[in-house]
Design a protein around this ligand. Structure first.
Ligand code: PEP
Length: 248
């Protein structure tokens, strides 16, 4: 049975103090839930968030990792380092990584394999631009990102994969996909999973929506049959807003 998951992607935000206060506030205000709640702080704050959330139901994710396990890659962080910190997840393929750092599907395929080899679970993001959506190329775009970045994996690895659908035109813009647009794409992703791995894997894989998700639109988005939760950017920087989304 697939899980319902809500991820707080803090991106490059918060000071050390803000980060630990926000984490403590989320912990103290969170009601018991059967959802999986994941916080993805900056690399620098991973240690403190892991320590604060120990023995809680909150899991911790990194926002990226390098594709190699070790070596002369100045400034980089490997999946094995993240696993050593006790993390559960790493986000890969976020549209900001694809756009600002030129991460393409073939590089992401290597990062995905590297993360899984170290025992991390992967939140693999995909999404289309507004032009691709307007021209009707959006479904094919997502299929390509899945095929080239993820579908090299064997079926048994898919239990450690969560998919984040994040239309680029909705990320950080205040524009949200309609629930019908989200459902259409999530159903498309599930059908691509089914074509590649069969109905069981498709049924059991959590597919999250991301893109200006807020307390006011989360309920309707999450009510869609194939939407299993959310990847939250801006609204995750406020404990009350984030928890309202978790509770939605
Ligand atoms: C994100 O970056 O993952 C995201 C969904 O951002 P926002 O919620 O701010 O659109």
């Amino acid at each position: 049975m697939r899980k319902q998951i809500v991820v707080a992607n803090w991106k490059m935000n918060n000071s050390p103090t803000q980060s630990s206060q926000l984490c403590s506030l989320i912990l103290s205000k969170m009601r018991p839930t059967d959802k999986e709640v994941i916080i993805a702080p900056s690399y620098l704050y991973l240690n403190s968030v892991v320590a604060t959330t120990q023995n809680s139901i909150i899991k911790v994710a990194a926002q990226n990792c390098h594709q190699e396990i070790s070596g002369a890659y100045t400034g980089e962080v490997s999946a094995s380092m993240l696993a050593d910190l006790g993390l559960d997840y790493v986000i890969l393929g976020h549209s900001e990584r694809r756009y600002y750092y030129g991460e393409d599907n073939s590089l992401l395929a290597k990062k995905v394999s590297s993360a899984l080899s170290q025992g991390l679970k992967v939140i693999y993001c995909c999404g289309e631009t507004l032009d691709q959506r307007i021209s009707g190329a959006h479904l094919d775009r997502i299929t390509k990102q899945l095929t080239e970045g993820l579908f090299h994996l064997p079926a048994k690895a898919m239990k450690n994969i969560v998919i984040g659908y994040e239309p680029i035109w909705a990320v950080g813009t205040g524009i949200t996909a309609t629930s019908a647009q989200a459902q259409e794409m999530h159903a498309h992703i599930r059908s691509a999973l089914s074509d590649k791995y069969g109905a069981d894997v498709a049924h059991d894989t959590s597919i999250l929506y991301g893109g200006s998700c807020t307390p006011s639109n989360a309920k309707e988005l999450f009510a869609q049959k194939d939407v299993d939760g959310g990847l939250i950017g801006g609204a995750s920087l406020n404990a009350d807003d984030f928890l309202a989304i978790v509770n939605a």
